[in-house]
Design a protein around this ligand. Structure first.
Ligand code: 8OZ
Length: 367
């Protein structure tokens, strides 16, 4: 039986365990330049015992930004800071992918270049809020991207993928989940287009697949992952027939031999219906490559998922925020630190780099 603590690989890429770090927005980047904070170097270094670190969602353009203080990957200065991060992770024997992100409509005019409206597949406003300089505010009305705008955005994803090479990443994850731009094209609650990028499942998948194909010109397929949330409703999302939509997507990703599929199976604290579980399970069965499961996994569920071959690896989010040495703690059956939600987004070292390692907690207990 396969264990969570066993190594695994995708092509020529080896991982020391199956305990992966999920992408986690932490909002500590410099807001004017979108350069990751210096303290992010220590944060990622501390977590290098993960089989794979997937970075926080990182915008591929200024248009792709929707929350204050999220980092970017659209210029050399940002890539240079990311290089400092990948260097320390590699020195510690870890592996790290960057998550390429465009928020689409989940943004605010105050965050967009020149105070413009955000873009989306269609002009459908989300019933949700985002973090701005003036606090938590309703997102702004989006504009539908033109076909030229779509082509430019695909080029931005490709440029982001190129900068990731310069920055020393092991690969990239395309963020197609959680109601951001790619998901806004995939699902029919948001995609109302009547051109080649809307309507049929083939058309709605086109934007994602053109991004995958553009990124494939930069990275070998085993170093490209795709994250999806077929049944998620976060960010005011939905689809009339997720099984049909995402079955097509998974078929296409199989054809392209993408390195891994990463599904948000459920959101922490949200109920999942039987239909949603069945959809997710059907999609996983269809998928032929490496599968990363995410969504409210604890140690027992994670062990079971890997042993039963439901998943090749598990991406842990909140547990990795509070436990930099999560693999060691899980392997030893040690107690876990509890994450502090008040310090998830924004601020400095508190709740970011100051969670104790097991060795430190022992020291404290002994003292
Ligand atoms: C929480 C807050 C801001 C962004 C996601 C990138 O859900 C996010 C995100 C999550 O994928």
């Amino acid at each position: 039986m396969t264990s969570l603590f066993e190594k695994c690989s995708i092509g020529d890429l080896d991982f020391k365990n199956r305990i992966f770090m999920a992408p986690l927005t932490r909002s500590r980047a410099d807001d004017a330049t979108d350069i990751p904070a210096d303290i992010a170097i220590e944060y990622y270094k501390q977590r290098a015992s993960a089989g794979l670190i997937i970075t926080e969602a990182t915008q591929i353009s200024q248009r792709g930004k929707g929350y204050i203080k999220t980092p970017g990957i659209y210029n050399d200065k940002q890539a240079a800071k990311w290089k400092e991060i990948t260097d320390v992770v590699h020195e510690e024997g870890g592996k790290i992918f960057l998550q390429l992100w465009h928020v689409g409509r989940i943004s605010h005019t105050s965050i967009q270049p020149d105070g413009k409206n955000p873009v989306s597949s269609s002009a459908v406003k989300a019933d949700t809020k985002t973090f701005t300089q003036d606090g938590y505010q309703d997102v702004s009305e989006p504009e539908a991207l033109s076909v030229d705008g779509i082509k430019q955005t695909i080029a931005d994803f490709k440029k982001g993928a190129e900068l990731c090479k310069k920055a020393g990443f092991d690969g990239v994850e395309i963020h197609g989940a959680n109601g951001y731009l790619i998901d806004q094209f995939l699902r029919d609650k948001t995609n109302k287009r009547d051109d080649a990028y809307g309507g049929s499942v083939e058309n709605r998948a086109r934007f994602l697949l053109e991004i995958v194909d553009a990124v494939k010109e930069v990275w070998p397929t085993n170093r490209i992952g795709v994250r999806l949330s077929p049944t998620g409703s976060f960010n005011d999302m939905g689809d009339s027939d997720p099984l049909t939509m995402f079955s097509h997507v998974v078929d296409q990703l199989n054809d392209r031999k993408v390195g891994y599929l990463h599904l948000v199976e459920r959101f922490p604290g949200m109920d999942v219906g039987n239909d949603d579980l069945a959809t997710i399970n059907t999609l996983i069965e269809k998928w032929q490559g490496f599968y990363i499961a995410n969504g409210d996994y604890d140690i027992l569920k994670a062990k079971d998922a890997v042993q039963s071959k439901h998943a090749d690896a598990i991406a842990f989010g909140r547990p990795f925020i509070a436990n930099p040495d999560l693999p060691e703690r899980l392997e030893k059956g040690a107690e876990l630190n509890e994450p502090d939600e008040d310090t998830f987004y924004g601020g400095g070292a508190e709740g970011y780099t100051d969670y104790p390692f097991l060795s430190e907690s022992k020291k404290t207990e002994a003292a």
